[in-house]
Design a protein. Structure first.
Length: 707
């Protein structure tokens, strides 16, 4: 094959300019361009070093810049830098919250999600490494104080690789209890303000592998069921008010702060896409979060990223002087790129895709015959990187196809963006913990944008008054050809049986008080709805809800990913991160028309349960779709479970192969997480050494390789 043709085919199959939005900064990204964003990067990096050396000094950081200038890319650079030898730090990347009344619970959960996720192929999470350091410290102290030779030898071996303590087996078994009790006494004396339940849970996370899934749920602030509280030996949260849960979340954040302080490893909390905080209540809650992290904590550093125009027109007016002062003291402005940096941006992306392939020129295929056109394309003094990428893509397409492509319509751009977000969420589902706020936002968007010709209409959709606990949305629904009916929606991610019962009772009460009304209970399938052996009352309440005309839906992983993708798409639209082919940001009104015309239960099955119930009053779950009784404690790492269970199932199947949908069904029957065929194929496709995936006439087949 002609060498030039081979290069062009590679670029056509994997264009380095096809996407101009940064996406999740925790993912791999294109190389950095020298000089681009360096001032802000160095400024934040120095601020982190200052915070590490001077934890008593209160501070916060802020970065401003217009859409497309590289704010998310900068966050990615800082995340990559977190394990540098001279100044290591932990990090958390925070999407915007939806409900201002759950700000601290949301912040806590997202911090823990970041701490417990594994990045860049690492074997261990940030929390694993912190827990291992603390565990080894305790092991050495106990060995010395009690003169325990076996423990001294064990600590010596583990010192070479501290994370191994997480899988170490201590014998006899009472040693683990001794370590936990000793650690509780030590740290309680050294840090008397540390939340005692937090301390118990962190020590169990370190020394009891079987307790880790439950420990993670508790650390996230979730109201876990009685068996978990007994196992962890912590207080039951089920009777606490919303205000008390917010206070407890603050207490756990403060305790985490002591953990970072203890290990001399600060945590940087990155707040992105803040344009989504438009209501006064949301901005007030954001200020409280910043104050908690920057002033009440000693080892945490909040860094906020604002679009320039919103910083000037919205946040400066609505934030108080104290918060503004914190940000202004360490405020960095991201600039665009000049012509030389623009060329380097193009050069680096081409080099990334064509790595190892010899080319006539480092700007090939833009050089030499297209050099003049490239120069005209980059004739501005300063350009945002997104504009450069957009223009480079149009020129590349012209080279590949003989003419510049016709501009895509905005619906097509949104459809591609929605698909991309869905795939990202599905591939990293553990980073997107069950979130009532995001599910509510997605359902709100869906209901508000039903076209007149649709099977039902929803009017006056609004978030419920917080005093109406457990009801998330209210609306007036008009099934086609029928009269309007008042409807309530309960979005549930809770684990405690009493919280679930309360949610179901709200729907039942609404139906009893409003004959002919509608009430739809929607549950993230990762939060198990147990069978009648364990949840007898809740199963009876479910049947009562359905008998009164209510709906009951348990969402699969694929359905959850679609709904989360819609919420994330809304975040990006508000942040100006989705643009047309001309580089103009696509606005929220256009998103509404896209949802009305392109998103429904026929196009995406995530929305089918809502259509089914709201158009004809039928419940969105059939008996055979019900989630099975939990077989084991809740699993955090879905990917590991799918790989492990698939190997077991296929090993015992004829010819060691099976259709993907049947395999996914069998996995769901074995564990407490609903796993669909798409998700199963996606996960197993990353393990080509163990599984083979191919298409047959009647669907996708998965086979287990020999060995």
């Amino acid at each position: 094959m002609n060498a030039d043709r081979k290069i062009l085919e590679i670029l056509e199959a994997n264009s380095p300019f096809s996407s101009n939005a940064a996406g999740d900064p925790r993912e791999d990204r294109y190389p950095d361009v020298p000089g681009l964003g360096d001032e802000a990067f160095s400024g934040i990096r120095n601020l982190i070093r200052f915070k590490k050396n001077e934890p008593a000094k209160h501070c916060a950081g802020a970065v401003t810049g217009e859409a497309g200038v590289g704010k998310t890319h900068l966050i990615g650079r800082l995340i990559d830098d977190c394990d540098n030898e001279s100044n290591p730090y932990c990090f958390a990347y925070i999407y915007p919250f939806v409900d201002p009344h759950q700000g601290f619970r949301y912040l806590l959960r997202e911090i823990v999600v970041n701490l417990t996720s594994k990045y860049k192929g690492s074997k261990y999470s940030q929390l694993d490494l912190l827990a291992a350091d603390i565990g080894l410290d305790l092991l050495e102290r106990l060995a010395t104080e009690k003169s325990l030779t076996a423990l001294r030898k064990a600590s010596g071996r583990l010192r070479k690789d501290p994370p191994r303590i997480l899988s170490a087996r201590f014998s006899p078994k009472h040693i683990v209890t001794l370590l936990i009790d000793y650690g509780t006494d030590c740290f309680s004396a050294e840090y008397p303000s540390m939340d005692p339940d937090f301390l118990k849970v962190v020590l169990r996370y370190c020394f009891m592998a079987e307790a880790r899934p439950a420990a993670i749920h508790w650390l996230m602030g979730r109201t876990v069921d009685a068996e978990y509280t007994t196992w962890l030996q912590v207080a039951d949260r089920s009777a606490k008010s919303a205000e008390a849960l917010e206070e407890e979340a603050q207490s756990i954040i403060a305790s985490l702060d002591m953990l970072f302080l203890m290990r001399k490893k600060p945590m940087v909390v990155f707040f992105d896409q803040l344009e989504n905080l438009s209501a006064v209540e949301q901005i007030q809650t954001f200020q409280k979060l910043v104050f908690c992290l920057g002033d009440k904590c000693r080892a945490m550093l909040p860094v906020a990223f604002f679009r320039g125009q919103d910083w000037q027109s919205r946040f400066r007016e609505k934030m108080d002087d104290f918060c503004m002062g914190r940000f202004k003291a360490n405020l960095f402005d991201l600039k665009g790129c000049d012509k030389s940096q623009a060329l380097e941006l193009i050069r680096s992306r081409l080099g990334y895709v064509l790595d190892g392939i010899e080319t006539p020129d480092d700007l090939y295929p833009f050089h030499p015959e297209h050099r003049q056109e490239l120069a005209r394309m980059l004739n501005q003094e300063e350009m945002h990187p997104r504009i450069v990428i957009n223009r480079a893509n149009r020129l590349l397409q012209k080279i590949l196809h003989g003419s510049a492509p016709e501009a895509r319509d905005e619906d097509q751009i949104l459809k591609e963006a929605f698909k991309t977000r869905y795939q990202e969420v599905l591939a990293n589902i553990d980073r997107y913990s069950p979130d009532e706020g995001r599910l509510t936002l997605a359902l709100n968007l869906y209901l508000e944008n039903r076209p007149e010709t649709f099977a039902f209409q929803a009017f006056g959709v609004e978030r419920s008054d917080r005093r109406q606990k457990y009801i998330d949305l209210r609306a007036t629904v008009s099934p086609k050809g029928e009269k309007c009916r008042p409807a309530v929606f309960m979005i549930d991610v809770e684990l405690h049986h009493l919280s679930v019962a309360a949610s179901l009772k709200r729907g039942i009460a609404h139906l009893q008080e409003n004959p002919g009304a509608m009430a739809l209970y929607v549950r993230d399938g990762r939060s198990t709805f147990h069978g009648p052996e364990k949840w007898k009352q809740n199963n009876a309440l479910r049947e009562e809800l359905i008998s009164l005309g209510g709906g009951f839906v348990i969402l699969t992983l694929e359905q959850v990913a679609r709904l989360y993708a819609l919420a994330l798409l809304k975040f990006e639209i508000e942040a100006g991160d989705i643009t047309s082919d001309t580089g103009a940001p696509i606005d929220a009104e256009r998103l509404g028309r896209f949802i009305a015309g392109r998103i429904d239960g026929q196009a995406y099955d995530a929305f089918a349960p809502f259509d089914e119930y709201l158009s004809n009053g039928k419940s969105g779950i059939k008996k055979e779709e019900e989630q099975p009784e939990e077989a084991e404690p809740a699993v955090k790492d879905v990917s590991d479970v799918v790989v492990c269970r698939s190997a077991l199932i296929l090993r015992d199947s004829p010819a060691r192969m099976m259709k993907a949908d049947l395999l996914a069904q069998k996995i769901t029957e074995m564990v407490n997480v609903q796993v669909g065929a798409d998700r199963t194929v996606l996960i197993l496709g990353e393990h080509k050494d163990r599984f083979r995936i191919f298409r047959a006439k009647d669907g996708v087949i998965v086979s287990l390789k020999e060995g």
